[in-house]
Write a protein that binds this ligand. Structure first.
Ligand code: FES
Ligand SMILES: [Fe+2]
Length: 328
């Protein structure tokens, strides 16, 4: 299997061999620039569609079909940049090292909290035409719900209520501490099916991840949304959800996909429309407390970049628990 993509402005081809080994490399053939993703898998190698050069999962050239037997060309001296990668939760995670920090350790793939071994899982992805910071701020924004996700069965702007949520610092991020979920949400329905105290925890973790974990006794729903930069003005939202509930419900995955896609496309539309205005680089008014998570994100990112420069520990913008109040 071969799939071409772009991450951080770099063309990447992800491949999976028949033995289940995943590999990621630069999606440009070193011969004459053909994207390797137009090729095919030949055993454990990627074969370029143009002249059939073959590259193993490490990016080493193994075969150049046009070479005569006594050719002096040493194929194994030819290679294509290979990126560390790993498969998890239905995704291939590719690590793109910082060219300024060649000895940077490869971070582990962030695990999706999965308290039981039996669960169902879905993945959704969509492209998002906006800059990465605006995509991330859109992801953690608590006040857009009644306007962007308006619907008669979900909630409307007329049903806005005051919320007070407590946040605490966690490594590289912040957590909305476990709280009883708002009862005007889909959780209300879940709670009818599974009575008991329903607790929700929401984390944001640098660089780009939002986790939401819902638990009622042994029943859980866990999801992760990431916004990944493709270029300066385009990102990709990936949403992955797992749950061990509703085992009796037929088409549960289809249902989750339907609602997941609906929410994702509502967010996408709002952020893409906002990006039209942001092209004019307006000054933004981040208000307390509804925009405080956005402020934390910018501060956290700046603190992380500072700590990389200075080598000092990250100076976390949250010094302890804080309660934010807003209407949504
Ligand atoms: S361009 Fe890839 S083999 Fe020639
Ligand atoms: Fe949203």
């Amino acid at each position: 299997m071969l799939k071409g993509t772009i991450l951080l402005g770099l063309p990447i081809v992800v491949c999976k061999t028949d033995h289940g080994v995943v590999a990621a490399m630069r999606d440009i053939c070193p011969h004459r620039g053909m994207p390797l993703s137009f090729g095919r898998m030949r055993g454990d190698c990627v074969e370029c569609a143009y002249h059939g050069w073959q590259f193993d999962p490490k990016g080493r050239c193994r075969t150049i079909p046009a070479l005569v037997q006594d050719s002096p060309v040493q194929t194994d001296k030819i290679g294509v940049t290979n990126y560390p990668c790993r498969e998890r939760d239905g995704y291939v995670w590719v690590f793109i090292p910082d060219s300024q920090r060649p000895d940077q350790p490869i971070p582990d793939v962030p695990p999706l909290p999965l308290p039981s071994t039996s669960y169902r899982m879905i993945q959704l992805s969509t492209l998002l035409d906006c800059a990465i910071d605006d995509g991330i701020v859109g992801l953690i924004d608590p006040a857009h719900g009644p306007f962007v996700h308006q619907s008669s069965w979900w909630r409307t702007a007329a049903e806005m209520r005051e919320k007070a949520k407590t946040f605490e610092p966690i490594p590289y991020g912040f957590r909305m501490v476990p709280h009883a979920a708002s009862m005007n949400s889909a959780y209300k329905l879940l709670n009818r099916l599974y009575p008991g105290p329903l607790m929700t925890t929401i984390d944001f973790v640098l660089p780009n991840q939002r986790f939401e974990f819902v638990q009622i006794g042994n029943t859980f729903m866990s999801n992760r949304t990431t916004v990944t930069p493709i270029s300066d003005q385009q990102c990709r939202i990936d949403f992955c959800a797992a749950w061990n509930t509703l085992k009796w419900l037929p088409f549960a995955k289809t249902l989750f996909r339907y609602f997941g896609n609906m929410f994702l496309s509502q967010d996408k539309l709002a952020m893409e429309r906002q990006a039209v205005g942001l092209r004019y680089k307006p000054a933004m008014m981040l208000i307390d407390d509804a925009d405080t998570p956005a402020k934390w994100y910018y501060k956290l990112k700046a603190a992380h970049l500072d700590s990389l420069q200075t080598g000092l520990p990250l100076d976390h913008p949250l010094k302890g628990r804080v309660t934010l109040r807003w209407r949504s």
